[in-house]
Design a protein around this ligand. Sequence first.
Ligand code: BGP
Length: 469
Amino acid sequence: MYHKKLKLFPKDFLWGASTSAYQVEGGWNEDGKGPSVMDIGEHPANTSDFKITSDHYHHYKEDVALLAEMGFKVYRFSIAWTRIFPKGVGEINKKGIEFYNNLINELLSHNIEPIITMYHFDLPQALQLKGGWSNRETIDAFENYGRTLFINYGDRVKYWLTINEQNMMILHGSALGIVDSDGESIQKKLYQQNHHMLLAQAKVMKLCHVMCPNAKIGPAPNITSIYPASSKPEDVLAANNWSSIRNWLYLDMAVFGRYNTVAWSFMEEKGCTPKIEPGDMEVLSGAKPDFIAFNYYCTATVAESENAHSDRLSTGDQQIGLGETGVYLGAVNPNLPKTEFGWEIDPVGFRITLRELNERYNLPLLVTENGLGAFDKLEQGNVVNDDYRIDFLRNHIKQAQLAITDGVKLIGYCPWSAIDLVSTHQGFQKRYGFVYVNRDEFDLRDLRRIKKKSFFWYKNVILTNGNNL
Ligand code: BGP
């Protein structure tokens, strides 16, 4: 739909950007922090580990000052569960509590509201050794951890996110360190873990509403519209299948407290329906999010699964789905360009996704990730000319404004990432930040912070409340 006049971004729009603890903090075993599955998981060859990353743990004041200089209204970061509870449960680590107290206070002193992700892939290794999310005790451990966060930070934090990209942990668990194969069908195990994570999420949402009545809490999955590869009804059906399994399984439960029917029939078909204990469905339907946060990188295009598709992709990750026999087959969208790392670029798909979420759930929406990973180059004179990133973000923000004009209740935009950090699978060379961190894959150099061209551009976007792109 074309609009003669665009609506403006709301006056209190939450401009900011995102990071996650294991990708940005470093200090992986300092001040009593315990190991997480990300700290000790395997890394693809030739990529950095997560031990030092951008060393934000020691640079947080300088980093917050840079975010403030850009005019951030919010900063989305995650708390490392293992800084608070080194073993996931048990004794609280005071130094961990102190670090996030300092970070939150530093942000507030610069008028930046914290948006906290409680759990971003980094499950405590001690819990993993006891079965991780397969063990129902992890649900209680998460609730206990959530309670501790609300007690310690609930007086100052207004926005909470439960679990980052639960759907990606289930669909790509092996890449995110949460799966260990011990003979049982991996898929069955994963959907049982999914059920437990959904319960854990419902419990902390409820707890948050009781303990912090002025705060808001929501889930943070990776959501994208799914296109059929052609107008063939079978392809449209495949897109519908994949959308239910990839997107709505997670959000229908968070919002409506019930399993999505197509996703459930998929689990039945695969023999991987979770065991539901008495009382579980009451817990799941007894909690409601205040908003939906979601990460958007690009859309997906799929065909009917029986068709051998010549453009079938050879690798799978958060954005690239390979396929599932009898359900869908990943396809290339010939209308979209790609990033240097092979992810399609689809700003219009961002508007479509925003509309779809709005129509389905009628809740405020918060974008918690969106961005371009690239091989940035530090040029002479401390300059990084990341015009490609500016183009990417500009085109997405334009579509966000169109979605707002369409009637979508979008409350904020936090692209990935505030500063450079280690990518989930592709090391430090895949950079996303507004701030360049001077290190390479293995040589830590001086970890100096350098403002990229996009830093100055985004500062002006925020200053003009999105009017000057
Ligand atoms: C999301 C994760 C982030 C981040 C981002 C970019 O799935 O929530 O943690 O890693 O993707 O992905 P990558 O680092 O693989 O480029």
